[in-house]
Ligand binder design. Structure first.
Ligand code: HEM
Length: 147
């Protein structure tokens, strides 16, 4: 497994679950509250499974990836830290959204929804558009020699 491939897979997963979230919001706008709950329960389970799987993969299965992502000299660290500023709080509020929706704390659920949407949009934009998913080609040796 390489860092660019893992990032590409995660970007696909984030876009796929975002389609579910969008469908759940359309369902809500059409007054289909139960459907909104069902679609978002699937969204929640897929998102949590992805986060959990990612943690297992980068910490236990391929720990070299974690080192590569946070290498201060590498291309990932800076955009990754920005992405984590959105994705970590988004994941925490996602759990609260699931709880408040499931147990009918409607007022809290609605109050948190704006913050959740802002954090989720930030997660998608910083994850899909700013995290590099290809390795820059190596610099030709004559250019390295002249620098
Ligand atoms: C992001 C924007 C969201 C908005 C504006 C929103 C809004 C709502 C509203 C107005 C209700 C009806 C609440 C009531 O009065 O009982 C509801 C229900 C619910 N929501 Fe959300 N929600 C959002 C996101 C989410 C997310 C991310 C989840 C789960 C991760 C979720 C899960 C649920 C569930 C399980 C219900 C209960 C459905 C039922 O009654 O069967 N929602 N939501």
């Amino acid at each position: 497994m390489t860092a660019p491939l893992l990032i590409t897979l995660l970007q696909g997963a984030v876009l796929a679950v975002t389609v579910l979230l969008a469908a759940a919001l359309v369902a809500l706008a059409l007054g289909r509250r139960t459907l909104h709950g069902k679609l978002n329960t699937i969204f929640f389970l897929l998102a949590v499974t992805t986060v959990f799987g990612l943690e297992v993969v980068v910490r236990i299965v391929w720990p070299h990836l974690s080192a590569e992502f946070f290498d201060p000299a590498g291309p990932y660290r800076q955009p990754l830290l920005v992405h984590l500023c959105f994705s970590v709080p988004a994941t925490m509020i996602l759990a609260a959204m699931m709880y408040t929706g499931r147990y009918h704390h409607g007022a809290t659920h609605r109050a948190l929804s704006g913050l959740f949407l802002i954090l989720w949009i930030g997660t998608v934009v910083t994850g899909v558009f700013y995290l590099p998913n290809s390795v820059p080609p190596p610099m030709p040796s004559h250019e390295v020699a002249t620098r």
